[in-house]
Design a binder for this molecule. Structure first.
Ligand SMILES: [Zn+2]
Length: 148
């Protein structure tokens, strides 16, 4: 039996899978915890509302934040789901720019990294240069017109 599958080492495959599944379980646990918390809060709020209507808006805002957090985490769970699907197809963990394997260490910190460290650094310096050029052209627009 070959130890390589579509060019991806089995050890790497297992490691990436472990990274994604650990992250998924961790976030799924947090979501469950938050939903339980919001539900408890909601019950308390209802009781509280009858007693003092003045504090309703504040707890409503708190609820909104909690729901936004849950939504964010659910989106992350979806991303992890598609990353796992891509891993099954052996397309996860490769750099979008150069096609090299992205270091496991990097993927552990940034599971959705699309580029290897080198390409990301190149990209960031290019973006910086674009930003500089953009702000320069804006300055020309702003000040060029008034002096013309
Ligand atoms: Zn790269």
């Amino acid at each position: 039996m070959s130890t390589k599958t579509h060019g991806m080492n089995v050890d790497r495959y297992n490691e990436l899978r472990r990274i994604l599944e650990e992250r998924r379980d961790e976030i799924a646990g947090e979501v469950k915890e938050k939903i339980r918390h919001v539900r408890t809060e909601a019950t308390q709020t209802t009781t509280h509302r009858i007693a003092d209507a003045g504090e309703t808006s504040e707890s409503d805002i708190q609820d909104d934040i909690e729901f936004a957090l849950i939504q964010m985490k659910t989106e992350t769970l979806n991303k992890i789901g598609s990353a796992l699907a891509r891993l099954e197809e052996r397309t996860y963990g490769y750099c979008y720019e150069c096609g090299d394997e992205i270091a496991e260490q990097r993927l552990r910190a940034l599971p959705f990294a699309a580029r290897c460290k080198d390409c990301e650094e190149i990209r960031e310096s290019e973006l910086d240069r674009e930003r500089v050029l953009e702000s320069r052209s804006k300055a020309v627009l702003l000040f060029g017109v008034s002096s013309a």
